[in-house]
Design a protein around this ligand. Structure first.
Ligand code: MN
Ligand code: MN
Length: 311
């Protein structure tokens, strides 16, 4: 059950209308890294966790609802930033009010220019937020990442929070309105908070690397391919030990030669690997049993009911 409360999570305010910034802010309303994307991503992901990871289900739902609250704050801010466009345009029969507004500092040309910053505000939504990004590209479910494995989904979420954070940081450069800045800093801060919450949740699932069950083939897992010409740089991504599997990186200076010599990597039998193949196989089988037991234990074989009512 979803229940709406009319108070905003954060008291959104604006000092003055600013249709230009309203257009930019649409990026966080209906854009690819915006609040609706975040809300829908965590909401959709939560279903797979309901039985197997009820703790993650709770967290995903809580954060999904907070993202909807952010969407509401962004929408409210856009609506206030469009004051003048949304009010005056509706009063189509009375030209006195619009004429009044065009007196003084703001000229008619300025007003028209402001209104056409995003033509859709003027001619489609009448000065209200739309589910598009700042360029008018409609929101799509394709922005939502959900793969049914919490170690994959939580990583997607850490990335999503990083992107949402940086978009707020960019947006902050385009407004001087102290109230709007305050709201943006709140929204940006919450993404930093969520980043850590998803990271902490990921840590509670062990092992969580590699994502899923199969451990990966040690013949290939430690190879670094030098596939660009020019200055070659070495760093912890291609020398020393790998971050998770702790294998020594093998820098393949001449990939073409290696591919040819091994018949397209199919004849690497003599390769010494730090993760013995029998251990990898054992781990695949062990984890496979564990995870499938988790799922089987969590899903009752007979009648199902999503909620248990205590009556
Ligand atoms: Mn948010
Ligand atoms: Mn967030």
């Amino acid at each position: 059950m979803i229940y709406h409360v009319k108070e905003l999570q954060f008291n959104a305010r604006v000092s003055k209308p600013d249709p230009r910034f309203a257009r930019l802010l649409l990026e966080q309303f209906g854009g690819g890294n915006g609040e609706l994307k975040a809300a829908m991503q965590y909401f959709v992901q939560s279903f797979a966790c309901k039985n197997t990871y009820p703790d993650k289900y709770d967290m995903l739902m809580d954060i999904a609802m907070e993202e909807l609250s952010h969407l509401e704050i962004v929408g409210a801010t856009i609506q206030m930033l469009l004051t003048g466009i949304n009010g005056e345009l509706k009063d189509a029969a009375d030209s006195a009010e619009i004429n009044e507004m065009m007196k003084g500092k703001a000229t008619k040309e300025d007003f028209i220019q402001e209104a056409t910053i995003n033509p859709q505000f003027g001619v489609l939504s009448g000065g209200s937020p739309l589910l598009t990004d700042s360029n008018g590209v409609p929101w799509t479910g394709a922005y939502v990442n959900a793969n049914g494995d919490p170690t994959v989904d939580l990583r997607s979420n850490i990335a999503a929070e990083s992107r949402a954070k940086i978009v707020y940081e960019y947006l902050l450069k385009f407004t001087d309105d102290p109230y709007v800045k305050e709201t943006l800093i709140f929204l940006m801060t919450r993404e930093v908070t969520h980043f850590q919450q998803f990271e902490a949740a990921l840590d509670t699932i062990q092992p969580n690397f590699p994502p899923g069950i199969l451990q990966s083939n040690p013949d290939y897992s430690n190879l670094y391919y030098n596939l660009s010409k020019g200055e070659d740089v070495r760093g912890p991504w291609n020398e020393g030990k790998s971050t998770r599997l702790k294998e020594t990186w093998e820098y393949v200076e001449n990939p073409l030669e290696q591919v040819t010599e091994t018949c397209g990597l199919t004849k690497m039998k003599d390769k010494k690997t730090e993760r013995p193949k029998n251990k990898v196989k054992e781990m695949d089988e062990k984890l496979s049993k564990e995870r499938s037991k988790e799922v089987k234990d969590a899903n009752p074989p007979k009648d199902q009911q999503w909620t248990n009512y205590n009556i």
